[in-house]
Ligand binder design. Structure first.
Ligand SMILES: NC(=O)c1ccc[n+]([C@@H]2O[C@H](COP(=O)([O-])OP(=O)(O)OC[C@H]3O[C@@H](n4cnc5c(N)ncnc54)[C@H](OP(=O)(O)O)[C@@H]3O)[C@@H](O)[C@H]2O)c1
Length: 269
């Protein structure tokens, strides 16, 4: 799909990856509807982009927020592309994560994108060509200690994307999935950054994710995992999960140490 003059709804626009994606799409000549909860951040972003763009202040977790988005899309004459990018993450021992935090994570990363997409399908399908892009994660395909609820949410998003892509395969609406690996944004807590450094995980820039997203849509690749060796690990985990179990068991002392240090720091602050 070409992006010039397309109307694109982008959730998570004010985040680290969202700002880079917005800049990249605006450079392609797209008209953006930028979604977030922070009015000042949305206005600041819109003011920096070339072209004319709209902001929508909405919490995607609430039905009121999603209704606001739908109304704005209807009033604006429809959309060509929906990008479900908004997300939240914590690096934390599962039993330490509060019920409210688990609920918020599943709501933000999985339930809200599903409900928003469902509401917008009629608008998308009224176009001769349209698409949905869901932003997952390597952790949607590899269960990782310290990210239990996050992995569950992104794994669910991956399943949702695959099923919807097949359900809409005889329509003009395509459904894409992009799975970034660790990316340099404030989504990652200091503990998560410590873990990435300790494990030697490569960290991408938000601009690399934005480039991958544009390439995915332009070349109609329905699914892309970012980074090497992460792509390989995803395949190995699908075929031989016990191998990945064993590799991660060896790293557990280090992971636990970082989680413990982080918990101690939190108690002391
Ligand atoms: N960074 C990474 O290492 C990484 C790796 C793989 C995948 N990802 C995925 O990439 C996506 C973007 O991540 P990021 O690193 O850019 O995160 P980020 O910098 O923390 O930004 C998160 C964005 O989500 C929005 N958001 C969160 N909850 C929302 C809600 N209830 N309603 C509306 N907007 C909400 C935030 O908007 P507000 O202004 O309203 O707070 C913000 O724009 C996420 O889905 C994440 O899981 C990130």
């Amino acid at each position: 799909m070409e992006l010039n003059n397309k109307v694109i709804l982008l959730t998570g626009a004010t985040g680290g990856i969202g700002c880079a994606v917005a800049r990249r799409l605006a450079d392609e000549g797209a008209h953006l509807m930028l979604v977030g909860r922070n009015t000042a951040a949305l206005n600041q972003l819109a003011g920096q982009l070339p072209g004319n763009h709209q902001i929508i202040v909405a919490d995607i977790v609430t039905s009121l927020g999603r209704q606001t988005i739908l109304s704005e899309c209807v009033d604006g004459g429809g959309i060509d592309l929906l990008i479900n990018l908004a997300g939240t993450a914590t690096f934390q021992r599962f039993e330490q994560q509060s019920e409210a935090s688990i609920q918020q994570m599943l709501d933000t990363n999985l339930i809200a994108p599903m409900l928003l997409t469902r509401q917008l399908i009629p608008l998308l399908s009224s176009r001769s060509k349209s698409a949905v892009v869901n932003i997952g994660s390597t952790f949607g395909s590899i269960g990782h200690p310290g990210y239990v609820a996050y992995c569950a949410s992104k794994s669910g998003l991956k399943g949702f994307t695959e099923a919807l892509r097949r359900e809409l395969s005889d329509t003009a609406t395509q459904v894409f999935y992009l799975a970034p690996r660790a990316t340099d944004t404030s989504l990652n807590s200091p503990a998560a950054n410590t873990l990435n450094r300790a494990l030697g995980n490569k960290v991408d820039t938000p601009e690399q994710v934005a480039d991958a997203l544009v390439k995915l849509v332009k070349t109609n690749r329905y699914c892309q995992f970012m980074g090497w060796p992460e792509k390989l690990f995803v395949k190995i985990n699908a075929l031989f999960p016990r191998l990945v179990d064993r590799a991660l068991v060896k790293k557990m002392p280090l992971i636990k140490k970082i989680l413990n240090n982080h918990e101690t720091t939190k108690i002391n602050t």
